[in-house]
Every structure is written in structure tokens, then in C-alpha cells.
Write a protein that binds this ligand. Sequence first.
Ligand SMILES: [Cu+2]
Length: 166
Amino acid sequence: MWPAHRYLIVHTPPGSGIRLRQGRNIMAAVLATTLLFGSAHLIFAFQTTRPDCRLDAGPCIQTSGTLSVVFDISPKPLRVMRELIFTVTVKDKGRSVTDASILISLSMPGMFMGENIVRLSHRADGVYDGTGVIIRCPSGENVWQASVTVERGEKKSVSNFVFEVL
Ligand SMILES: [Cu+2]
């Protein structure tokens, strides 16, 4: 909205009667922007993100560069509004990473469900865990995304796991 606003201010020549037209132009720009972003938001909200991680079948793994991140939640079957244990196992070139700082951000694709961060602690041999709760979705959706951030010194990598909860 701001670039359009600025554009109108800069390029409208000064003179009588211009101010009113300029006001109208700004209103039109605001309306157009609202419609544009409004519809984009709707498309985003109705976009279905498919689960790529079937936790009922076992842990999920993702690799980024030399780093492998294994993600799991227990106990199963996964339920909302219950304390869950989130487990992440990190390896770099096949060797356990024991000095990472790891957090998981839980969200629903296309829907704002509030911030839900789970901080993990290192247990042993590159295995980290932490507890959290997945809240009940008022819309009845059951697809969640876990964004696992692995930070080691300057290096940071994010792996996304999309899964279903009962
Ligand atoms: Cu939801």
C-alpha cells in the first residue's frame, strides 16, 4: 500500500482541484490493494497442504546438505490437547550432532493458530526432545506443520514436516 501511496503523491501535479482527485486515487489504490491481498489471502487459506510425513508409520527424515534431521512425536496415535513428546535426531555426515540448539514451531498450513514453540534439549547421541501440546483446531482441520530449526553456531537450518493429528 505504501509504494502506491507514495507514487501518487510524487506524480500528481500541484494545482487546484487536484487534492480531491488525489484523495480519490489513494482510496482507489487502497481498495485495489485490499482486493488484491484479500483474494490472495483467500487462495492461500483454501490451499490444501498435503501431509508429507506419516508419523503413524514411523519417524520422518529430511536432509539438507550434509545434515539429516529425523522427526517423531509420541505417544501414538497422536491426539490434540494432550502432552506430547517431540523427538529430533540430528546427524551431520552421519555423525551425531550433540551441540545444536533446536526448537520446533507448530502451525497449521494456511491458518493462524497462535504461536506454539517447543524447545528441545539434548539427551544423548544427537537425540533431542521436548514436550508440547497440539491444540484443537476450531475448523476441524487436522493437518499440522512442524518447522524444526537446528542452530549450530552461525549455521541454521529449517526442516518442515507436515503431518496429521487425530
Ligand atoms: Cu486450525
